[in-house]
Design a protein around this ligand. Structure first.
Ligand code: TEU
Length: 501
């Protein structure tokens, strides 16, 4: 009942719209402001909400503020971005790396200085320490809120405050994280102050919903950003569960659901009653979860439904990424020419001489999640009559919304049923989360309980059969991802069952 749109503002599209040229204009490829206004009113007419992506850590280098700050010594925007002198001999002001490969700095001869970009070389970081910048950004947010949108997803909002003096990043942290300098902005000195100002001058005045994208802040720091008495954000996206411990996205490995479940449970139990979690397994920056877990796809439907059950029976706000509700999979891109994402393309060129580059890029590429939505088995998956901007996943013949609509046991219908059940039963939203601590290894079992109502969830997180745990509950089986009854006391691979007393 709510939609989050990734950026649809005017942009040269160096990073799929996350590089904004004009915050008050709609990207030509997507239509006009009239189209947007119509979208908003149709969404509201259906009693739904619309959340926009607010990308205010950086803007496009084609934004007029940046152009003017680079070229005009008298510009009122001179100090809007992070400009510094270099160390001489073409050496940038510090050793920070861009998250999208290469140094985090561009040199501008017209100004004789370097400007910082934590992401692509066309995404220039704002100088949040300048109050005039903050005021302009609050006004942008308010302009959209006045239009009547319901809230924002705040892009890399935890990176906005950088440590004074911009000191060099530690080499060990840099090699662990893949980019140097991050300890100086992952949780910067003025972050809380800036978040409070945002709320005070913008969101709070409109009672708007906010979800901050907060990579690397972990449970405790996220509590400080979302506590209901803190006046900062409503909720955050935390990413610690999205890769297995010790692994990172660009590694070709089979994702194990057990550590993810352990992490989610920590948040369920320790985040506290003054904070509210989000629950998500996919977004536009991550490969498809079913493919990470089971690249061969033997258990694709079972896993897709297990994820649906987990997501719809945990405490927190669930976010479903487009196509997740169909069980969409990774795309077998054949070569680098088929990839579009700046992160993938830059990484490929960086790795070139190390061999295996394409394989590495393919294992983590964000493009897996960005292929056209699979509406039907028609041409281009029913997405477009024209040539789509990126390759269509060839499996659309068997995985598409039209077919799933017609198949009663589809992943799509499973999501629908569980969403409906959750809406009808506050115990599934607000109830206590009570894990069964005696669950055998490989199982995740928990109760949701409120006002005499009780649900029980049992999930086999592995591809092997596991001994079932007897909790003494004689509930009714409401939903299962297996249609046949099990024999004996084992849970089949990735089996997921939901019971009610
Ligand atoms: O992503 C921020 C971010 O740091 C990551 O999720 C990123 O995609 C990846 O982990 C880097 O290795 C946000 C947006 O979601 C992403 O699409 C943008 O590209 C990025 O900010 C820059 O605006």
């Amino acid at each position: 009942d709510a939609i989050w749109c990734s950026p649809v503002y005017d942009s040269p599209n160096d990073d799929n719209g996350y590089d904004i040229r004009d915050y008050r204009k709609i990207m030509r490829e997507f239509g006009t402001m009239e189209d947007f206004d119509r979208l908003l009113s149709e969404v509201h007419a259906r009693n739904m909400r619309l959340i926009m992506d607010l990308v205010i850590n950086h803007s496009s280098d084609e934004h007029e503020w940046f152009r003017s700050s680079a070229t005009d010594p008298d510009s009122p925007y001179r100090d809007f971005y992070i400009w510094r002198k270099g160390k001489g001999d073409g050496i940038p002001p510090n050793n920070w790396d861009s998250i999208f490969s290469g140094p985090a700095w561009n040199y501008y001869p017209e100004r004789g200085e370097w400007a910082m970009h934590l992401f692509s070389s066309k995404q220039m970081d704002f100088n949040w320490d300048n109050e005039a910048v903050r005021k302009e950004l609050f006004q942008i947010a308010n302009w959209w809120l006045e239009k009547g949108i319901d809230g924002f997803r705040l892009d890399v909002i935890s990176f906005i405050s950088k440590k004074e003096g911009l000191p060099d990043g530690n080499a060990v942290i840099g090699s662990l994280m893949g980019f140097k300098g991050c300890e100086h902005y992952f949780y910067g000195p003025h972050l809380h102050q800036y978040l409070r100002e945002l709320r005070e001058h913008s969101f709070g005045k409109f009672d708007a919903f906010t979800v901050g994208e907060c990579q690397g802040t972990g449970l405790q720091m996220s509590r400080l950003m979302t506590g209901d008495d803190r006046g900062e954000l409503d909720v955050v996206f935390s990413f610690d569960h999205m890769d297995n411990p010790g692994k990172q996205r660009f590694q070709d490995y089979r994702f194990d659901l057990r550590p993810m479940a352990k992490n989610l449970m920590e948040w369920q139990l320790e985040y506290g009653n003054h904070c509210w979690p989000t629950v998500f397994f996919e977004n536009h920056d991550h490969p498809r979860m079913v493919s990470k877990i089971d690249p061969d796809g033997a258990y694709r439907c079972e896993i897709a439904k297990l994820l649906a059950m987990l997501q719809m029976t945990l405490k927190g706000t669930p976010f479903i990424y487009q196509g997740q509700e169909l069980g969409m999979t990774n795309t077998p891109f054949a070569s680098i020419d088929e990839l579009r994402d700046v992160e993938s393309v830059n990484l490929y060129h960086k790795l070139m001489d190390e061999g295996e580059a394409f394989r590495t890029v393919l294992s983590g590429s964000r493009d897996h999640a960005r292929t056209p939505m699979q509406w039907s088995g028609e041409k281009n998956a029913g997405f477009s009559e024209g040539t789509p901007w990126i390759r269509v996943n060839p499996d659309y013949f068997k995985i598409n919304a039209a077919d799933e609509e017609n198949a009663i046991d589809s992943v799509l219908h499973f999501y629908r049923s569980l969403i409906a059940l959750r809406k009808e039963n506050p115990a599934l939203v607000y109830g206590d989360v009570i894990p069964v601590t005696a669950s055998p290894k490989g199982l995740l079992c928990y109760f949701r309980r409120m006002d005499g109502q009780r649900f029980y969830v049992e999930l086999n997180l592995t591809g092997k059969t596991v001994q079932h745990v007897n909790t003494g509950m004689r509930g009714t089986l409401l939903y299962s991802n297996y249609t046949t009854r099990r024999e004996g006391a084992v849970m089949r691979p990735y089996e997921a069952n939901l019971y009610q007393d």
